[in-house]
Design a protein around this ligand. Structure first.
Ligand SMILES: [Zn+2]
Length: 264
């Protein structure tokens, strides 16, 4: 099956734009109702930059700057005083390529042009935060080693933390995992998105780091080890190949915006 996004353009010319952010269709001025995480009601924003649709993930100006919001509804029928409204400033998206197969609650690809960690970051962080992160100096201590045969046997596993890691796996909080050219990356959603680095050697996750503040072997690292471990045991993941895994809801949300085509 081939899924093509709403772009009507010639796909040959789009292939040249692979490394750039997808340009959105002609902006349609609108008033949009946006829901933010941990808020129980939607807020209204003015948009003049994008052709927004319900389900789009956006960033806005004002108090909720940097918090990702989901568009609930869009109307072009309005009469407003512009000074009274905050605005939509960016649409979280990145190009999608590659062939994916559903495996459990993850979509798996072995393609070298599948969504990269940097592209995934564009879905979860506003452009300003990505720029700031790039400037930040990052220090690494010793990393963790986690046996993929049975992650619960890793040194320093707290059984209560292990249970919470199982909850993360079950509830689809592992948004992204990739292993390419010897470098592993994952993004797990807790109270915010946490980034994980690792390598895989001798059937172990090695040099595994999570950026969350927990001082110990955290649920995020255990959850990523578990999903790799379980998929490998069920022959859903070949660790001798470079791979990319995207959580299914995240994946389908992303494909709403594609301008390049992907294969399933
Ligand atoms: Zn963590």
């Amino acid at each position: 099956m081939r899924i093509v996004g709403f772009g009507q353009e010639d796909t040959r010319s789009l292939e040249n734009t692979a490394s750039r952010t997808v340009t959105v269709t002609t902006p349609v001025r609108s008033l949009v109702s946006i829901n933010f995480e941990r808020m129980n009601h939607a807020l209204t924003y003015y948009n003049d930059r994008f052709d927004l649709k319900p389900g789009d993930r956006v960033f806005v100006t004002g108090k909720l700057e940097g918090v990702i919001g989901i568009v609930e509804s869009v109307t072009t029928k309005f009469r407003i005083k512009i000074s009274e409204y905050q605005k939509v400033v960016s649409l979280a998206q990145a190009p999608m390529h590659g062939t994916y197969s559903p495996k459990g609650n993850m979509m798996r690809s072995y393609d070298s042009n599948a969504l990269s960690p940097d592209e995934f970051r564009k879905w979860i962080l506003p452009p300003a935060a990505i720029d700031e992160d790039a400037k930040e100096e990052i220090l690494f201590g010793d990393g963790y080693e986690i046996p993929l045969e049975d992650p619960s046997t890793a040194d320093g596993v707290d059984p209560a933390v292990f249970d919470r890691a199982i909850d993360l796996c079950r509830s689809g909080k592992i948004g992204y995992v990739s292993f390419r050219n010897g470098e592993g990356k994952a993004f797990v959603r807790g109270s915010k998105w946490y980034e994980i680095d690792f390598s895989i050697r001798n059937n172990m996750l090695q040099e595994a780091y999570c950026e969350c503040p927990y001082a110990g072997l955290c649920k995020h690292l255990l959850a990523v080890s578990m999903i790799i471990s379980v998929m490998r045991k069920h022959d859903d993941l070949d660790l001798d190949r470079d791979f990319t895994l995207i959580e299914e809801n995240q994946f389908w949300n992303m494909t709403r915006h594609i301008r390049q085509d992907i294969t399933l």
